[in-house]
Design a protein around this ligand. Structure first.
Ligand SMILES: Cc1cc2nc3c(=O)[nH]c(=O)nc-3n(C[C@H](O)[C@H](O)[C@H](O)COP(=O)(O)O)c2cc1C
Length: 316
């Protein structure tokens, strides 16, 4: 997820039990221009494997060249192609979900990448179920991708027109999973271990992908694993443990130097902090305060206050 699954957060998700990770998407053109910032998006640690680097673009040959360059730099476990991004800036350049409307161009992109990396790494794809409700074509698109040599397909059960609103349509995801011979990964609205277990039980998907829920609750991977393996939902994560992780995330981000100095790093993390704290008692007040933080020490003070308040409430 762009702006979310950076080097540091992927490490956290891995610790929490995520099996497979994918980088934030990068543009093929950015890679080919060897833009230093774009290259940074493709970095990962050995502990994060298996990792895929996700590419977007609309030119098969350029995408193939970019994929090869990424393999030279980082040797990811797979290259993933984005056919799902709904953002205007990407769609306007024929990237992301706009390719769902143009099957020949989508096939050219997929073939270009598959051919360029043949014998090196597998190619996977992430798609939405269609452009809008009138043109849901996920089964046909998935078959095209398989014909092009794509080896795993992740399906986000929304149309481009839905953006992130409404509900993911798991019937369509299930239909895709039943229609193609490659593993299909279902995605959309999974927020708990119970959600994961239900979709695994009720559909033919080979696996599931968790997006937004992980932003505030990376423990969701641990919970899903517990439910799938032992059939038991673990007790809720304690507030102290949540704050410990928030602070660790902040300290790792500052120490990494990826986002500038401490003030710049913490400022850039404010939305992330709000996501973590959404479910905390007094979240409304916390949000106001988190809007202003510029240093780890301020977040430490907020953590102490929040834990203290919760303890008082428990006693009361
Ligand atoms: C902030 C944000 C950034 C995202 N960036 C990407 C991306 O770079 N590549 C991608 O395939 N999907 C991206 N997505 C979509 C998610 O991967 C996922 O398909 C979608 O949020 C639905 O799953 P969820 O309900 O579990 O969040 C992004 C979503 C959000 C909210």
């Amino acid at each position: 997820m762009a702006g979310v699954t950076d080097y540091i957060f992927r490490g956290i998700c891995k610790e929490m039990g995520a099996d497979v990770l994918v980088t934030e998407f990068v543009s093929a053109e950015g890679i080919l221009q060897a833009d230093a910032r774009t290259r940074k998006y493709t970095e990962f640690s050995e502990a994060q494997r298996p990792v895929g680097v996700q590419l977007f673009g609309a030119n098969g040959q350029r995408m193939g060249e970019a994929a090869r360059k990424i393999i030279d730099w980082q040797q990811p476990n797979f290259i993933d192609i984005n056919f799902g991004c709904p953002v205007n800036k990407v769609v306007a350049r024929n990237g992301g979900s706009s390719l769902l409307k143009d099957a020949p161009l989508l096939a050219a992109v997929a073939e270009g990448v598959v051919r360029a990396v043949a014998g090196q790494v597998p190619v996977t794809a992430k798609m939405r179920i269609g452009w809008d409700t009138q043109t849901i074509n996920a089964v046909a698109i998935a078959k095209t991708l398989v014909d092009c040599g794509v080896q795993v397909i992740a399906v986000h059960g929304r149309t481009r027109a839905q953006g992130y609103g409404g509900e993911a349509d798991w019937d369509v995801i299930d239909a895709v999973a039943r229609a193609v011979a490659v593993p299909v990964i279902g995605n959309g609205d999974l927020a708990s271990g119970a959600d994961v277990a239900r979709r695994r039980r009720e559909t033919a998907v080979a696996g599931v992908m968790i997006g937004r829920a992980a932003m505030g609750n990376p423990w969701v991977f641990r919970e899903a694993r517990e439910v799938l393996v032992n059939g038991v939902t673990p007790p809720p994560v304690r507030l102290e443990e949540r704050w410990d992780l928030v602070l660790r995330h902040c300290r790792l981000a500052v120490a990494s130097d990826r986002y500038g100095n401490e003030c710049q790093t913490i400022t850039s993390m404010r939305t992330r902090l709000m996501a973590y704290c959404k479910s905390f008692a007094g979240a409304k007040d916390l949000r106001q305060l988190l809007c202003q933080v510029t240093a780890v020490s301020q977040i430490e003070a907020l953590a102490d206050r929040s834990i203290g308040l919760a303890a008082m409430k428990d006693e009361g």
